[in-house]
Structures are given as C-alpha cells and as structure tokens.
Design a protein around this ligand. Structure first.
Ligand code: IMP
Ligand code: MG
Length: 181
C-alpha cells in the first residue's frame, strides 16, 4: 500500500538536491535574474518547488504560474494529441519565461507549451526539465537546462507517476513490481 519496496532508486534524494543547486546557477547565468516560471502539472510540482528555492539562493526572483497539459495515450506511452486542462492564469507578455517540466521524452508536451507561451507574447522562453530520455524525440525541441539524462526506462517518484501513484517518493526510481500501488 505505502511501499516503495517496489521501486528501485535510480537517482537519490541527495543527487537530486545537489543537481538542482547547480542547475539553479546555470539558470541564473543563462536566463537572467527575473523569471516567470511556468510549471507543467502535475509531474513537475516537486521539482518546481525545489528549483525556485534554489533559484532564490542563486539570486533569481521568480513569479510562478501553472499549466496542466495532458497527452491522450494508454499505459506508459503518450500519444500525439496535447490538451490544455488548465491554462495560464498570469500575463506572460514581455516576460522571460522558464517552462519547467518533469521529463522530456517525445518532446510534444514541451513543444506545445513553448508555442503556447510564445503565442502569449513572452519575450523569450527557455525550458528546464528534471529528466531527459535521449533518442525518443518525435518533434524537434530541446531543453536549455537538463537535470539528468536517463536510459529508456519508465520512472516514477519526485513528482512523476504511474497511474497517479508514487509522486510522493523523494527519489526517482524504476517500478519493478506491478502490484505496488
Ligand atoms: P513527451 O510529451 O513525450 O515529451 O512526454 C512528456 C510527459 O510524459 C511527461 O511530462 C510525463 O508526464 C510523461 N512521461 C514520460 N516518460 C515518463 C516516465 O518515465 N515516467 C512518468 N511519466 C513519464
Ligand atoms: Mg507530465
């Protein structure tokens, strides 16, 4: 029921913490000191919470907004269609926007979000992702700031889910048993 016995850690809590501290410095240097963060729900809520605190430590002021996008698909693969379930509520026009997501896989989610934010008149858009699975891009898109590059395994924890479970885990891991939830 509660267990994380079924999830084998891939990236530890400490590794995540250390990487985010460095990432925040990279963002401070590459995106400036005044940023509108657009966090893509649900998967990036934990990453966003830690990242903006590290950005504060790196001397960056942030405003935060959230957007919920979903890609219709079955199981653990996403399909091509992105739907906006919750739109931006802040005005991003003229602002330096940092889109924050949990993982870059096909790139469709980021590509969609980037175009949407640019269409709202943002001055510039950069992208930060906690994780990247290389070689899986279906559209041409890159993240400006990447936490970790991982192999092609379905991962959970630290905000990422399997059927909305495991988001609470403080680490990123691989599910090894399906009777876990
Ligand atoms: P993309 O649009 O294919 O780049 O997919 C990105 C979205 O798919 C992420 O925001 C996640 O919600 C989900 N996703 C992709 N890979 C994983 C995974 O390994 N674990 C959990 N969610 C994933
Ligand atoms: Mg997601």
């Amino acid at each position: 029921m509660t267990g994380n016995n079924n999830v084998v850690p891939l990236i530890t809590e400490q590794q995540i913490r250390e990487r985010i501290t460095v990432l925040a410095k990279e963002i401070a240097a590459g995106a400036g000191k005044d940023i509108m963060v657009v966090s893509l729900l649900k998967g990036s809520f934990m990453f966003t919470a830690d990242l903006i605190r590290s950005l504060h430590g790196a001397g960056v002021k942030t405003q935060v907004d959230f957007m919920t996008l979903s890609s219709y698909g079955k199981g653990t693969t996403s399909s091509g269609t992105i739907t906006v379930n919750r739109d931006l509520s802040e005005d991003v026009s003229g602002k330096m926007v940092l889109i924050v997501d949990d993982i870059l896989e096909s790139g469709r989610t980021i590509d969609f979000a980037r175009k949407l934010v640019m269409g709202c008149g943002a001055k510039d858009v950069k992208v930060a992702v906690l994780l990247e699975k290389p070689g899986k891009l279906a559209v041409e898109v890159t993240a400006d700031f990447i936490g970790f590059t991982i192999e092609d395994k379905f991962v959970v924890g630290y905000g990422l889910d399997y059927a909305n479970h495991y988001r609470e885990l403080p680490f990123v891991g691989v599910v090894v048993s399906s009777d876990a939830a």
